[in-house]
Design a protein around this ligand. Structure first.
Ligand SMILES: [Mn+2]
Length: 299
């Protein structure tokens, strides 16, 4: 099964490479099963109409779905290497391709973001925008430095990432140790409650943060728990007060207009906790395909 029946062979026209990382070993609670999310999110695309909300014909997207990276659940180092090798291979086939990763827990993003950043030539113009209910900024969590609760810290540890090109939005469930750690490093997070002043203001703050830092190229990581659990119930930590679909849709549209998006992911969807009508998987699939259409339309 492929995402929207896209082909699987990267060629000279390919703009997006979609792939799954079926791995959730580094989540911190047992209940969610995001390892099965890539196949479930692909599967709902069978039943979604073939135009985006603005009428773009989805089959026209120059996207391929190359399947899942091979994962051995508990072998963290091996999986990190596996992800790196995979990323190297897609860039070898097409150096300017846009990777689109379907997780897995949030830790799956680390070596994807690292590969995108390492590969990208203009590091001083590169930034990372993370949508998340949480900071994920623990220095260490239950299994150590690698955890879905430490992912943002590990991204921050990359030599070309700092508090001027890393922004977390949608935060509303922050624990004291990670807040202290984030404050110590002056990490900017635009908490969800600030939406009370309106989406336009919120959006302006996001755009201004990166523009003031001279950033022109962005990697976007979307933890599905950034959205309100009323529309995204299928995830491990369901915390009220998140983005509506329309709010995140508008934010994604605006950042695709103002920045070059050079990679993105959607993580932490847990199909075993989803409703029977698969609303969370539908949401993830919609976000992916709408965002691709925003990115491609610009060109
Ligand atoms: Mn997260």
């Amino acid at each position: 099964m492929r995402f929207f029946d896209f082909g699987e062979v990267i060629d000279k026209d390919t703009e997006f490479v979609i792939f799954g990382i079926p791995w959730d070993y580094l989540t911190s609670i047992e209940l969610p099963n995001s390892a099965i999310a890539p196949e479930h999110i692909r599967s709902v695309t069978n039943d979604i109409g073939l135009t985006t909300e603005l009428g773009y014909h989805i089959p026209k997207l120059k996207a391929v779905d190359v399947g899942d990276i091979e994962i051995e659940k508990t072998d963290v180092e091996k999986n990190l290497l596996e992800i790196k090798t995979f990323m190297d291979s897609i860039y070898q086939q097409k150096p300017d391709v846009i990777p689109v990763m379907i997780g897995g827990d949030h830790f799956c993003s680390l070596n994807v973001i690292r590969a995108v950043g390492d590969h990208f030539g203009k590091k001083e113009e590169f930034g990372v925008l993370i949508f998340d209910a949480h900071l994920d900024f623990y220095d260490k969590y239950d299994k150590g430095e690698y955890s879905h609760a430490t992912i943002t810290h590990r991204v921050y540890d990359l030599e070309y990432i700092n508090n001027k090109n890393l922004l977390i939005v949608g935060t509303r469930d922050i624990d004291i140790p990670e807040l202290e750690e984030a404050d110590k490093e002056n990490i900017r997070h635009l908490d969800a409650h600030k939406l009370i002043d309106g989406l336009d203001k919120y959006l302006t703050e996001i755009l201004a943060f990166f523009k003031n830092s001279g950033i022109r190229y962005l990697y976007i990581s979307i933890d599905i728990d950034a959205l309100d659990p009323s529309i995204a119930p299928g995830t491990g930590f369901a915390m009220p007060g998140g983005f509506s679909y329309r709010e995140i849709w508008k934010i994604l549209m605006s950042i695709a207009e103002d920045f070059e998006i050079i990679g993105f992911d959607v993580v932490e969807v847990a199909p075993n906790l989803d409703l029977k009508n698969k609303v969370t998987c539908n949401l993830a699939a919609k976000l992916i395909v709408e965002f691709m259409s925003f990115i491609t339309k610009k060109k």
